[in-house]
Every structure is written in C-alpha cells, then in structure tokens.
Design a protein around this ligand. Structure first.
Ligand SMILES: *[C@@H]1O[C@H](CO)[C@@H](O)[C@H](O)[C@H]1NC(C)=O
Ligand SMILES: *[C@@H]1O[C@H](CO)[C@@H](O)[C@H](O)[C@H]1NC(C)=O
Length: 350
C-alpha cells in the first residue's frame, strides 16, 4: 500500500547498491491523522517490530550508524526509520547519511531517513502509513542496547501488547508538604517509561497524535511550550487507556550517552537529563537514584519542569492515570527448586 502521505524524496540508492536494503528519504506531506491514510490494522505484522530512531545532533551520526546497524541486523526488525528532528541540518548531510547507512547496515530490514515536518517533540509519535507492524520501538540516538536485551523486550511486549515496555523508568509522586504532583525516581516502583527506549503498540501513536478532545490538544500544546515531556504524555495516554502501569525490563548491557540536546544548552530535550554528559555502562543498574541530594541544579530544574508537565496533564485530563509498577522483568529464570518425580530429583519446571 503506497499512501499519498509519503513523498519519496530521494530513492533508489538501491540501484547503486543492489542489496535487500531499501533506502529512501521520506517526508510527511499531508495530514498524518487523515483516517484514509491509516494502514488497515488487520494487515499489520505481529512477529516483527518497527524501530523509530530519533536523530537530532549531527555529532551523533556515527552513533546512529552503529545503533541502526544493530537493529537492521535483527530478524525481528521490519524496518528502521531514522526520524530526523533537527530542521537546520542541511539536506546533503542527510543524503550522505542515507548513503552511509546503506553500506554499513546488514540484514533484511529496510532503513529510511525521515525528515520531521517540524522540530516539535510531538512529531516523534506521529502515526506513519509505512509502519507495517503492531509493535513500535521508540528510541533515542544516545542509547545502545545489546541485541539480546532488545529481543527480550520485544518478547515481553508480545505477551503484554497493551502495555508500555522499556529499560528506563521514573516515577510521579505527591509532595505531601506542597500537596502537588512531582516527577521523581523511586528505588522500588515506577510509573513512567522514558523514550530512551520504549516499545508500544503503533495504535498509541494515533491516539497520542490524533485524539481531538480539548484535553489532548492542550496536552500536546504543553509539550511544545515546555519543549519537554512528550514521553510523560505518552505514559499518560497509555495508562489512561489500560489503567495499568508500564513494564520495566532488565537489560544486560545498555550504553547511555546522554541527550545531545543537553550538550548545547538547548533545554532538556526529550531524555531524562539525569545522565547528562556521562558515558558509561549501566548493566543491571538502571540509574535508580533515590536521593535528590547532590543533584545538579540543572537536574533539579529538569525535574521541576517535568513535575510541571505532570501537574498540567493531570489538570487537563481531570485525573491521574499513572499507575505504579513494581519490580523488573529479567531474562534469566535463575535457580529452580528440585522436585521428586518418578523417584528422581528433577527441576520442578520439567
Ligand atoms: C559518511 O561516510 C564518510 C566516509 O566514511 C564520512 O567521511 C562522512 O562523514 C559520513 N557522513 C555522514 C553524514 O554520515
Ligand atoms: C481517557 O480515558 C477515557 C475513558 O476511558 C476516554 O474517554 C478518554 O478519551 C481518554 N483520554 C485520553 C486523553 O486518552
């Protein structure tokens, strides 16, 4: 199905590089919420996932190449879309990037670069007629995940298809002294998954972007005004729908480079900002810091702004949909009890 919404700007590097890889530059030209432009959900695949990788900073381009190569190599990936959100990046840089991706990516997944229609953070959640799967991975250009953890997260999504799945979690809470909602981190519970890595049903993209209720329009406007919080809003939309919290998955190896937008003093961007500027391996420990003591003033400011978003969304929606979840799903069963079966000791699950 070739929709009128997608204009193929540059195509057919395929002619130069005759491989399975389809490479193109696409832009959204018409209303992405037009109901006739939506793909029939019955035709969507369930056994694969579409990766929407957010790109913004030209300095991150080498990283984008390596992240997208990881995803295109996975048999679970249907296609990788690099959503380019920086309107000032020259066209020829993106053409070059497209060229480079075509020679550095392996696997059967197609890869495209999409220049975003605006720098609005809401644009990363636009529904797209070229998404051919139910599952969508939203990820940032600052997070590298090992393939097995990615696949594990997809399997967890497959058996929890209405939920939001991710590797990085935060919380809302109530500040009792001020009697107001705040944004924070708890060591033992969470209610918000960050866009550094989140898997969700593609239907939620439509709900987020196209629901026309007055509350929703104002909430999307809040994201634009704050230049932040689109991830919190997606958590609101999904929790409002499911009345359940998200699912945090344990990753073996996650490399988090911090949000590039922070490097340029350009606000807090879309990440959490907690890991601003740090490069390091996190492994099992997923930045669950409890104490506010020792937070840099920038991080405090960041949390304050995210708290403002929560309060604004709460008042616009007229309720608090966020729900806490506890614990983390890990991909190893660990030690099992022994049971006696037919006179022999065997693992109880055999
Ligand atoms: C593309 O690859 C060439 C050669 O490795 C490199 O010099 C150039 O900076 C890359 N450009 C982009 C936009 O990826
Ligand atoms: C929240 O859920 C209610 C009831 O389930 C629904 O009517 C409303 O449209 C939802 N709001 C948003 C913003 O998704």
């Amino acid at each position: 199905m070739n929709s009128p919404v997608e204009t193929i700007v540059t195509l057919s590097l395929l002619l130069i590089f005759p491989r399975l890889l389809v490479l193109s530059m696409r832009t959204l030209s018409a209303d992405p919420c037009d109901s006739t432009a939506q793909r029939d959900r019955r035709t969507l695949r369930s056994d694969q996932i579409t990766v929407l990788l957010n790109g913004y900073s030209e300095s991150r381009i080498p990283l984008i190449q390596s992240i997208s190569a990881t995803y295109t190599a996975s048999p679970l990936v249907s296609s990788v879309l690099v959503l380019w959100g920086n309107p000032s990046t020259p066209h020829n840089i993106l053409t070059q990037l497209a060229h480079n991706l075509s020679i550095s990516s392996f696997g059967a997944a197609s890869i495209s670069i999409v220049r975003q229609p605006s720098s609005s953070l809401n644009a990363r959640f636009l529904p797209r007629s070229y998404i051919k799967t139910h599952a969508v991975l939203i990820c940032d250009d600052d997070v590298e995940v090992d393939p097995r953890s990615f696949e594990f997260a997809f399997w967890i999504w497959s058996s929890n298809r209405d939920r939001l799945i991710g590797f990085f979690a935060r919380s809302h809470d109530i500040d009792l002294s001020r009697k107001e909602w705040i944004y924070t981190v708890h060591p033992d519970k969470y209610s918000i998954i960050l866009t550094k890595f989140m898997i969700l049903d593609s239907d939620y993209l439509y709900k987020y972007s196209c629901e026309g209720g007055p509350g929703m329009i104002e909430m999307r406007r809040t994201v634009d005004l704050m230049r932040n919080c689109e991830d919190i809003l997606m958590n609101f939309v999904i929790a409002n729908e499911t009345n359940a919290g998200p699912i945090l998955v344990g990753a073996k190896r996650v490399r988090d480079y911090g949000d590039a937008r922070n490097d340029h003093g350009d606000g807090d961007g879309d990440g959490d900002g907690d890991d601003n500027g740090r490069i390091g391996l996190k492994g099992e420990e997923q930045s669950m810091k409890v104490s506010e003591v020792g937070l840099s003033s920038r991080r405090k400011e960041h949390r304050k702004r995210r708290g403002e978003c929560i309060r604004k969304f709460h008042s616009l929606l007229g309720k608090m949909p966020l729900r806490y979840s506890y614990g983390k799903v890990v991909n190893s069963v660990g030690e099992q009890g022994l049971c006696e079966k037919g006179g022999k000791l065997v693992f109880c699950d055999q």
